[in-house]
Design a protein around this ligand. Structure first.
Ligand SMILES: Nc1ncnc2c1ncn2[C@@H]1O[C@H](COP(=O)(O)OP(=O)(O)OP(=O)(O)O)[C@@H](O)[C@H]1O
Length: 251
């Protein structure tokens, strides 16, 4: 059977108290390319999970297999080319917008695909941005989109997104969501997407992972999770998120 990624008994301890688990015994199989929304209250370890999957942090227990091969059997650079993480706070590399766009090809000694870079900039409404401008001068939302494009140019098999649309205005957010759904449909890129925007998860993702009580409490098709949240924590989480969204609308 084909398998994109298998996560087995994965655990991470809380830094400050080495005997306490942030999460433990996390098991999941991604047997075919998918878009998976990762939901849960703040502090459940969603970002930490993504960083472990992206090999930016070591787990304290368990294993991860990519294409049936254990993480430890992979060269870390080869892993990061296939499984790429886009952080919540976009980090710009020193230099211009173009320097940032070219990073991937420089790092991995590949030709720079200028046509693809231009097309991605256009899709994310960055076509007006001057590539010779210092990347540090971009707005927060522009930096976030540039960081996403930089990673997309790597064309990873698995894309790890950490609240990448949180700092975007509505139009840019919708453009990013559309681009990611199209990317998944066109190329079969698997996308693991941490978001606090339930509508984003519902409309873009086929599957939901819900983290609570130091565990992956649910791994369900998106419609099942939203229609029949499987645990008390999931019900409470959806209720409080809906109440928060309603307050935002009326404020
Ligand atoms: N390297 C690490 N090892 C263990 N715990 C960490 C590490 N880095 C951060 N933490 C802690 O893990 C906890 C969960 O953080 P994390 O950012 O993963 O949660 P989250 O579910 O993504 O939260 P949010 O939704 O607020 O972004 C925090 O208390 C954080 O201090």
């Amino acid at each position: 059977m084909h398998s994109v990624m298998e996560i087995e008994s994965l655990g991470k301890k809380v830094l400050s108290a080495a005997s306490t688990w942030l999460f433990h015994d996390l098991n999941a199989i991604i047997s075919e390319p998918a878009m998976i929304g990762i939901l849960g209250k703040s502090g459940q370890g969603k970002s930490t999970l993504l960083r472990i999957l992206g090999r930016l942090l070591p787990p304290d227990s368990g294993t991860i297999r990519l294409n049936k091969k254990e993480m430890t059997q992979w060269d870390s650079c080869a892993w990061r080319m296939k499984v790429s993480y886009v952080a919540q706070q976009a980090i710009m590399l020193p230099g211009t917008v173009e320097d940032n766009l070219r990073t991937v090809s420089v790092l991995h000694q590949r030709p720079f695909d200028q046509k693809l870079a231009r097309a991605l900039c256009e899709q994310l409404h960055l076509e007006q941005v001057d590539w010779s401008k210092s990347a540090e001068q971009l707005s927060g939302g522009e930096k976030q989109r540039l960081a996403l494009i930089r990673t997309l140019l790597l064309q990873p098999d698995v894309l790890l997104l950490d609240e990448v649309t949180a700092s975007l205005d509505t139009a840019s957010k919708q453009a990013a969501q559309q681009l990611l759904v199209d990317l998944h449909t066109r190329t079969g890129t698997t996308i693991l997407w941490v978001t606090h925007d339930l509508e984003e998860a519902r409309s873009s993702c086929q599957r939901i992972w819900f983290m609570a009580d130091h565990q992956l409490q649910a791994d369900l098709p998106s419609h099942s999770f939203f229609q029949s949240p499987p645990t008390i924590q999931a019900r409470d989480f959806l209720q409080s998120a809906h109440a928060h969204a309603a307050r935002e609308v009326h404020s």
